[in-house]
Write a protein that binds this ligand. Sequence first.
Ligand code: ATP
Ligand code: MG
Length: 308
Amino acid sequence: MSLLSIKGLSVTFDTLQGPFKAIEGIDLEVRERDTLAIVGESGCGKSVLGHATMRLLDDIATVKGSVRYRDREVYAMAREELLAMRGKAISLVPQSPSTSFNPVIKIGKQITELIEKAGIARGKDAERRAIEYLGRVGFKDPQTIFDTYPHRMSGGMCERALIAMSTSTEPDLIIADEPTKGLDALSRKNILDMLHKMTAGSTLIMITHDFNAAATCDKIAVMYSGEIVETGPTRVVLEHPAHCYTRGLIEAQPSRGMKPIPGRHTIGSHKSDGCRFRPRCGSATDECGRHPPLREIEDYRLVRCHHA
Ligand SMILES: Nc1ncnc2c1ncn2[C@@H]1O[C@H](COP(=O)(O)OP(=O)(O)OP(=O)(O)O)[C@@H](O)[C@H]1O
Ligand SMILES: [Mg+2]
């Protein structure tokens, strides 16, 4: 059974320029202990998908479709059930660590509060647990970090502390949004190793631009312009990408010569009903004027392309 089952999920923001569709028709099945990377260009809707999964967009967006967590409809949960789910069952490691902590509250107090809110421990026990988790993510002197204000820490240290906070409630599912963004190569590797160590036995969704980070996950979903265009086992998708966009993204990686994908990533406004990647695709034909469905091309592999 799926731990998380997303069906036909769409998110529309009401903007001054009119309705803006950030994601559309997202279908995703995540099983227990899966590690899934979500990749795609900036603005394609990765963070919106992460937030919508936890129903964190509620009043600023119109959300349609279904998100089921352990067979419970997230968008039908009462407030208490929803709060209990967040943090305790599903935890989000947000995209920008330096703004995710409150700058005027010491790290330790912020982690302790989350542990208390999740009902895991109280008072001194909650503090001890916070210090224990700061130690687990590799801080040599966790007590000092516990007493430190976030603005005194580097980006890498903040990311580490955020991972300590997000895992301190032992959630079943962790959504880490760009955990390696802005870090140097060595810090990226350290954060990835540590994230996998801290989430071993749980389910991990890692949102990332970095294909080296994505390669550490068993499965991958590629997003383009608010839609999923390809999913499958990471190794197979990276070695034999079936969608032209996935091929383009791989070739745009620094390790593959940084060959840019021609054209511009258009988001939110789709004047035609065809394939959204069509204007940038070297293999487009008349058939691509028809919007392609996400279809199975092999076991566990889905692709949104008429030609795959
Ligand atoms: N509150 C909002 N109101 C209006 N538009 C929004 C809002 N939040 C996000 N968007 C838009 O939705 C689209 C998807 O945003 P999202 O943050 O999910 O992108 P992303 O794939 O995470 O990009 P990045 O890789 O840069 O983090 C973007 O065009 C963004 O501007
Ligand atoms: Mg994002």
